[in-house]
Design a binder for this molecule. Structure first.
Ligand code: FCB
Length: 476
């Protein structure tokens, strides 16, 4: 049995500049906020100085991408390469992306360019908490689109703004490492504003190209059927998933931001007349990254017998303290299996995400811009990397996406995270997400079993079911 995807469905893979490029001090690049942060607080000192050395090896990498046969390739440009001082264009930096885009086109690949993927130039005082950063982003977006607008058909302005603003400015878990709710709200608003200004740059300079943004989406699951837990899960959903979708698609902030005094006050201080119109500039698609669901209970019910019987405290994994002041606690179902990243693979969350967005915002065109699984992949004695878990995971998630399409979601394509192993931010190089294995000592690339499997799916535009035979050993 197979599941067929719609005609014209876009198959792709995704990467991001800081996670693969390396060449941190080359050709005029200045540090981003991640360079210093990882040096001080990164995992075992893993930093982006060399990474997968893609800056020097991009031609071979693109050859491999072409041999995969998934025609779309999502990548990001590094702002601190293109404008190291935040203002002046660095011709050498911009040139790299010109070569990359031409290299993709020469190989028949479709460039899908993210303007900004977490690596803010360190030079900006106040980071995204400052409005000035959004205005500087408009210049950067102008430069990129002016240079590449005639050759890049798919643009994404900003990646995962909710996580970057709340984890970076309130949880202290990402750079710049602040712990201040007001700053997080300001950062979120300015990143949204940057997105809207980025859309304007694409419309001005890249006629005929499509533009959207990329947001992380985690469906929320109530920890019990109690109405308070159901309401808490709903609040979490509106606070996190809708924080980006609602302003972009409706031109207003969802209610936890409008009604919660701290958030409403913080917003009032930063939102200026016209901002929401800019943020709601029409987009051609929404990019959604799906990795996990969140299991939520009302904070005062964490000790309730039915909750305690079914759920454990979350532990130290991405605890969203910033939700405590809206009465919400995230927990984990007991005895579930977790990935090395700390979350549980739940393929049905993919289906829920796509149907929820369609129910809530109508039939918007959607791309899944990221979805993938970290594994401690290694090269076996036979020289192969037999990542059957990744194949099973991807197959289940694609089947769930297919079910959502059948139910009416307008899903136009799927980008697997990631094309190649890379630097997983604060988790370092051990978390391998790639279809291509990277040996960091030699920079040797080896396609994994999942690479061949995904190539087959993309070429056929259909998914074998089940993705992995029952004995779980030989990938199809
Ligand atoms: C997403 C990021 C991406 C990658 C994956 C695993 O949140 O956008 O860069 O790190 O997680």
């Amino acid at each position: 049995m197979t599941l067929r995807f719609p005609e014209g469905f876009v198959w792709g893979t995704a990467t991001a500049a800081f996670q693969i490029e390396g060449a941190a001090a080359e050709d005029g690049r200045a540090p981003s906020i991640w360079d210093g942060y990882l040096r001080e607080r990164g995992y075992r000192g893993d930093d982006g100085d060399i990474a997968a050395d893609h800056y020097h090896r991009w031609e071979g990498d693109l050859d491999l991408a072409a041999s995969l046969g998934a025609p779309a390739y999502r990548f990001s440009a590094s702002w601190s390469r293109v404008m190291p001082d935040g203002r002046t264009v660095n011709a050498l930096g911009l040139d790299f992306y010109r070569r990359l885009v031409d290299g993709l086109l020469e190989r028949g690949l479709t460039p899908a360019l993210t303007m900004y993927h977490m690596d803010l130039p360190a030079v900006f005082e106040g980071g995204w908490a400052s409005r000035e950063t959004a205005l500087r982003f408009a210049d950067y977006a102008h430069t990129l689109t002016e240079e590449l607008g005639d050759r890049v058909p798919m643009w994404m302005t900003v990646n995962e703004l909710y996580y970057e603003s709340w984890l970076g400015y309130c949880e202290g878990a990402f750079p710049p490492g602040h712990r201040d709710r007001d700053l997080a709200v300001a950062a979120l608003h300015h990143m949204l504003l940057a997105h809207g200004l980025g859309v304007e740059a694409v419309r001005r300079n890249a006629r005929g190209a499509e533009v959207g943004l990329v947001t992380g989406y985690a469906p929320t699951v109530p920890g019990s059927a109690h109405p308070d837990d159901v309401a808490a899960a709903r609040r979490t959903h509106r606070h996190s998933n809708c924080a980006v979708l609602e302003p972009v698609l409706r031109g207003s902030y969802p209610e936890p931001y409008r009604t919660h005094p701290m958030r409403a006050d913080a917003l009032e201080r930063v939102v200026r007349v016209g901002d929401l119109e800019t943020i709601a500039n029409p987009v051609d698609f929404i990019g959604l990254n799906y990795y996990f669901q969140r299991h939520i209970v009302a904070s005062e019910r964490t000790g309730a017998p039915e909750v305690a019987a079914a759920m454990d405290p979350l532990g130290d994994w991405l605890v969203l303290d910033h939700l405590h002041d809206i009465g919400v606690t995230e927990m984990r179902p007991k005895s579930d299996t977790r990935t090395m990243a700390g979350w549980k693979p739940e393929a049905d969350g993919m289906r829920r995400m796509l149907t929820e967005v369609t129910d809530e915002y109508g039939q918007v065109p959607i791309f899944v811009t990221e979805n993938g699984l970290p594994l401690p992949d290694y090269v076996g004695p036979d020289g192969r990397i037999n990542d059957v878990e990744r194949i099973a995971y991807t197959g289940e998630h694609l089947a769930a996406a297919h079910a959502a399409i059948q139910a009416g979601a307008w899903l136009r394509g799927y980008f697997h995270w990631s094309f190649m192993d890379n630097l997983e931010w604060t988790s370092g190089y051990g978390h391998r997400f790639g279809l291509v294995h990277v040996d960091y000592a030699t920079q040797r690339r080896t396609p994994k079993a999942s690479f061949d499997w995904y190539a087959g799916v993309a070429a056929a535009n259909e998914l074998p079911v089940p993705a992995v035979p029952v004995d779980g050993t030989t990938p199809i």
